[in-house]
Design a protein around this ligand. Structure first.
Ligand code: 5GP
Ligand code: ZN
Length: 111
């Protein structure tokens, strides 16, 4: 999508601090980290959010979690939180599916 910030990052039109890349996903550090470790994993294909996952594209979710486990392992993270906000009221501000991975401090309870 031409006006999507994460599509622009995937396309290299906006720079990012990459942590992992393959043919399906890109992982990069969040520009406004909410924890000492805070990176995002996004599909290269534009999917607007978790609410757009269906039987045709759900394989990307398994792949995202495989990538998270791999990258977290490489970073020696034993505790981390994976968050996907869906919709404005849930805090989604970028409407391109992404998983936040947060670690490096005690994260506390999660409602
Ligand atoms: P959301 O609020 O949609 O769940 O998460 C969007 C995240 O993307 C936010 O944590 C925000 O800091 C991050 N973000 C927004 N624009 C950029 C950008 O241009 N580069 C990077 N690296 N992160 C961004
Ligand atoms: Zn996009």
């Amino acid at each position: 999508m031409s006006d999507c910030v994460f599509c622009k990052i995937v396309d290299g039109k906006i720079p990012s601090n990459k942590v992992y890349e393959d043919e399906k996903v890109l992982a990069f550090y969040d520009i406004e980290p909410k924890a000492p470790v805070h990176f995002l994993v996004v599909p290269k294909q534009h999917i607007s959010g978790a609410g757009d996952i269906n039987g045709q594209n759900s394989g990307i979710i398994a792949h995202i979690y495989e990538v998270i486990a791999r990258v977290a392992g490489e970073m020696n993270l034993t505790s981390y939180r994976v968050v996907t906000n869906n919709g404005t009221d849930a805090g989604q501000t970028v409407f391109h599916l992404h998983s936040h991975v947060l670690a490096g401090r005690v994260l506390g309870g999660m409602a």
